[in-house]
Design a protein around this ligand. Sequence first.
Ligand code: NAD
Length: 367
Amino acid sequence: MIEIKNSENVKEFEIFGELAKHHHEQVIFCNDTEVGLKAIISIHNTMLGPALGGTRMWNYASDMEALNDVLRLARGMTFKASISGLNLGGGKAVIIGDAAKLKNEKLLRRFGRFIENLHGKYITAEDVNMSPDDMEYIAMETKYVTGLDESLGGSGDPSPVTAYGVYMGMKAAAKKAYGNDSLVGKKIAVQGTGHVGMHLLEYLSKENVKLFVSDLSEEKAKAAAARFGAVVVGESEIYDLNVDIYSPCALGATVNDNTIERLKCDIIAGAANNQLGDDVVHGKRLIEKGILYAPDFLINAGGLINVGINYLGGWTKERVYKKTEKIYQTTLDILNLAEREGVSTQEAAMKLAIKRIEDVARVKRSM
Ligand code: NAD
C-alpha cells in the first residue's frame, strides 16, 4: 500500500494549482523503472487540434523543475501554433535524465508506447538532446511523431525554416523601427552560432550587415566568424555592444533584470524560446527603454510550421516557406497593434493568439 503523508498531499494541491493557473488540460507522468524511463507529457490546449510539441531530454535537478519546464513549454506551443494559423494545439514532453548515459532504443520505444496510448491527442517531434534517429525509434511504437528524417518522408531539420522566420520577423521589426526593412549597414549581434544561428547568419551576411557573434563554444564562434566575416565577442560582452539589433539564438531568459539595462539596441529579434525573463515586467521595461521586441513564439515558429504541415498533410518545401514568410506581415501587425493599444509586443501577440483560439471555439460550438 502507498503511504500518503500530509506533506505529499500539500504538493498534490500545488500541482493542480499550477495547472489551473494557465489552464493546462492534462499532464501524463510516464514511469517504467525497468527501462529507466521517467517522462512527463504536458497537454496545454487542444481547441485548435492535437497538441504538437517536441520531446526534450534533460538532466533536471528535480522532478518539480522538469514539471515546471514542460508546463511552460507546452503553453508556449499553444500560442505559437495559434498565431501561426496552424490547426494544432500546444503540448510538450520531457524525459528526465542524462541523455548521454540513459538514451537508448528501449527507453525511446517505451516512451513511444506512452504516446501511442494517447491516441493522437499529443504528437511529438525533436527538441533539445533528441535527434531524427531518436524519433525513428519512437516512431517504431507510435504513428504520432513528426519531424522524421527526409528519407522517411519527414520534413527533416527544422532549423533552416526557423532561421528564415526569424529573418522575416527581424526585417518586419526593422521596417517598424526605421521605416525601411533593409538591414544593410546595420550592426547585429547574434548570440549562439548553433543550428538556427548559422542559417540566420547566412541570410544576414547577404545584406552586408556588420555582424558580431558569441557562443559558449569558442570553436563554433570562430567558425561562424570566419565564414561570415563576423567579430567574435565574449559571452557577457554581447549585452554591452553598441548594436542596432540583438538576436538571441542560444537560450531563454536572456532579457532579464541584469541584462536589460545594459542593452543599447533598437530591436530584439531572435530564435530562442522564452527570451523575456518575465513576460510582463520585462515586456514593459522594453517599452520604457524604447527597444522593439519581436515576440519569440511568433518569429521562431518556422520549425513548427515545418513539422506541423508535415503532420497535417500537404507538405512541400515551397508551402512551408510561403507560410513562414507570413511571419513578416504578422510581426508588423502585432508591432502596430501593441503601439495602438499601448501594451508590450509580447502581450499583443498573446492576445491575438488567444483570440484565434476563442474564435475557433465559438465556430466549433455553432450548429
Ligand atoms: P543549438 O543547440 O544548435 O545552438 C545553440 C547554440 O547556443 C550552441 O552552439 C551553444 O553552444 C550556444 N550557447 C548556449 N549558451 C550560450 C550562451 N550563454 N552564450 C552564447 N552561446 C550559447 O540550438 P538551435 O537549434 O540553433 O536553437 C537555438 C535556440 O532557438 C534554442 O533556444 C531553441 O530552443 C530555439 N528554437 C530552435 C528551433 C529550431 O528549429 N532549431 C525552433 C524554435 C526555437
